[in-house]
Design a protein around this ligand. Structure first.
Ligand SMILES: [Zn+2]
Length: 138
């Protein structure tokens, strides 16, 4: 588990072992069902754009000096879009991680990840949401 992943998903430090955290993160990401159509759409837009733009730039009268930068920008945009997606779906991944933690018996607020270890109330003292009881061990 990289320190970047830990910073992106603070819930990961609640898991007992790094292996457990890795599995939970994989499961949380697999629960996002946007994956295929969204990435497909992104690729279908960005790849043709990256191919067409350099051919189109001379006809649009773009100065030669700019063309390299525009191409660079398109490539950078294609690469950074995966980061944008990561940030965009961070909330749902974190929520899924918290739900997995609760099902493992870790006392944590699903809404805000507040530590509920010594909390007697039915509501989270941090965000006020109703505390979901851990699954009974039956
Ligand atoms: Zn809370």
């Amino acid at each position: 588990m990289t320190s970047f992943a830990r910073r992106l998903y603070p819930e990961l430090m609640w898991f007992r072992t790094p292996a457990e955290a890795r599995i939970a993160l994989r499961r949380a990401k697999s629960e996002l069902n946007w994956n295929l159509p969204f990435i497909l759409a992104l690729v279908l837009v960005l790849v043709p754009l990256a191919i067409i733009a350099p051919l189109l730039l001379p006809t649009l009268g773009v100065p030669l000096a700019w063309r390299g930068w525009i191409r660079f920008g398109i490539i950078l945009g294609a690469i950074s879009s995966s980061w944008v997606l990561t940030w965009f779906f961070r909330r749902s991944v974190r929520r899924s991680l918290r739900m997995q933690l609760v099902s493992l018996g870790v006392p944590i607020c699903i809404a805000c990840s507040y530590n509920l270890a010594h909390c007697q109330s039915e509501h989270c003292p941090e965000c006020g949401s109703i505390i979901e009881p851990p699954p009974s061990a039956t």
